[in-house]
Structure formats: C-alpha cells, structure tokens
Design a protein around this ligand. Structure first.
Ligand SMILES: Nc1ncnc2c1ncn2[C@@H]1O[C@H](COP(=O)(O)OP(=O)(O)OP(=O)(O)O)[C@@H](O)[C@H]1O
Ligand SMILES: [Mg+2]
Length: 270
C-alpha cells in the first residue's frame, strides 16, 4: 500500500541555520510514529512543514500522493499549549474549528459534543478555558483537531507541559482514540518512555543539520496498558533509543569519544 505521508528529500534553511537536511521518511496509513532527538534538531520544523505551516527550502511532502501546499483538513495539528480562544467555551472552541464545514448549526453542535465526549469532557461543554486544568485544555485542543475527522494527526510535544499523572492519562486517551479511529500519527516528544509506550516506530533525529539518524520499530503488543512499562523489553527499547540520542548529542566531540572508547558512560543517565 502507498504510504499515507511521504517526506521526500526535505531540507529547510533559516538564513545560515540548516535546520533540516535531506529528510526522507514515509508514514504508513494508521501508523503511529514518534520523532525524538535533542533540542534544536528540527522536530518542530519538520512537523510544521508536514502541516503546511512552513514551506521546505527543498524537497516535498506528499499526502496520499498529493503535494502539500498549505494547511488542510486532512491533517489535524496539536501543539504543546492548547491555544484555546479564551472568549469561547469548550464547546464553542470545538464548534469554531468546524466553521466552514458543510453542516448546519445543530449538526455542528452535535459533532462538537461528540468530540468533547470522545476526549472525556462530557459535562464540561460550557466551561471556559480559564476554568479548565492544563490537561483538560489539551483535551479540548485534541477534540478541536479531531472534530473535522482528519486522517493524519500531527502532535508537537502535546503533553510536554503536563504533570506526569495527567500525561499518562493523556497517553492512554490518545492510544485509545488511535486504536479505534486508526489515524496516522506523527508525535514529537522529548520523553523516550512516552515514545516507546505509544508508538509503532520511533525515529531519532540528529542536529546541525537536522537529519534522521535511525528508526526503531516498537514491537510491543497492543493494546498497551501502563503495566507494559515494567516489561523488560520496554526498557530494552527505551535504553537503546536513549543511547542513540546520547551518542549523537556527544558526537560533536568524536575524538574524546574514541579516546575513551566508551560513548555510553552512565554518568549522563537520568
Ligand atoms: N523561524 C525560525 N527562524 C530561524 N531559525 C529557526 C526558526 N525555527 C527554527 N529555527 C532553527 O531551526 C533549528 C531547528 O528548530 P526546531 O524548533 O525545529 O527544533 P526542535 O527539534 O523542535 O527543538 P525543541 O526540541 O527545542 O522543540 C534550530 O536551530 C532553530 O533555532
Ligand atoms: Mg520543537
């Protein structure tokens, strides 16, 4: 089957900064792929090029074989902060995203309600963003980006600002939605365990210029429950990814590394 998303030789420059160089990556339909890598390696830049919010300097992105020319309703985007409109209720924020859809007022209300229910916010339809916790605001943001039924969901550290418990709830919520709705997801995170827990494949990027260093298939059974985090295989995968990232973040000093012959000293663990 043809890939859902094809990233072909994408490069991006900001003046003298080569943010991305020669990125080639395919996302299969219904695949959940995480992007990890040190700060500044170009994760957000790549995600926003796929979203159509930025243009690549070279190369192209295809969705269902068609070049991305700008943002589109085939791709929902969720950022680290919810960016809700403060003067609209939860329901109002989701309905606002549906403006321009060919549906009447009553249907728009209904679709917004259904999507708030999907993210567990039944009963909070009339709450204002300021009355909602960070996790609940992020649920509204998720409902907002799912309500027009995109087949692709692009998420840039969507749970990065949440506390650990809320983050786990959100990971389970997202996994559940993905398992039932079979979306193609590209998920940027700094949290390796989060990436292993939710992904089919984790792609490691390296900085200066941003490139894809490696990719790892996460062959853990689904559905995944929190208990999987005590599975030795889970830790094997997380450790090997972390080693890959640490190696590349130290690769600015190759001589030093080859001198010690031990790029994986445990002193940088944790
Ligand atoms: N609009 C911009 N103008 C100039 N430089 C930019 C711009 N956006 C990103 N960059 C540069 O491109 C590189 C990649 O940035 P990007 O934000 O994509 O990294 P990232 O992997 O998302 O980092 P983080 O993990 O900190 O979010 C960095 O060197 C950054 O400074
Ligand atoms: Mg970023």
């Amino acid at each position: 089957m043809a890939p859902k998303v094809e990233i072909q030789a994408v490069a991006k420059r900001f003046g003298a900064v080569e943010a991305l160089a020669q990125i080639d990556l395919d996302l299969q339909a219904n695949e959940f792929v995480s992007l990890v890598g040190v700060s500044g390696c170009g994760k957000s830049t790549l995600l926003s090029i796929i979203a159509g919010l930025q243009r690549p300097s070279q190369g192209q992105v295809l969705v269902d074989g068609q070049p991305v020319e700008g943002p589109g309703r085939d791709r929902g985007v969720v950022f680290q902060t919810a960016t809700l409109l403060p003067w609209l209720t939860a329901q109002g924020n989701v309905e606002f995203a549906l403006r321009g859809e060919p549906m009447g007022r009553a249907e728009r209300r209904q679709v917004a309600r259904e999507h708030l229910a999907l993210v567990g916010l039944t009963g909070f339809e009339e709450a204002w963003p300021a009355q909602l916790s960070g996790g609940m605001q992020q649920r509204v943001a998720l409902a907002r980006s799912l309500c027009y039924r995109p087949q692709i969901l692009l998420m840039d550290e969507p749970f990065g600002a949440l506390d650990a418990l809320t983050r786990h709830d959100m990971q389970e919520l997202l996994t559940g939605i993905w398992e039932t709705h079979r979306l193609t997801v590209l998920f940027v995170t700094h949290d390796i365990e989060e990436a292993v827990f939710i992904s089919d494949r984790v792609v490691v990027m390296t900085p200066r210029p941003g490139r894809i260093e490696s990719a790892r298939v996460i062959d853990l059974a689904r559905p995944r429950k929190p208990e999987i985090q005590s599975d030795p295989r889970f830790h094997e995968l997380a450790d090997s990814l972390l080693r890959g990232i640490r190696q590349q973040s130290q690769s600015g000093q190759p001589d030093q590394l080859s001198q010690t012959g031990q790029p994986d000293q445990p002193d940088r663990t944790g």
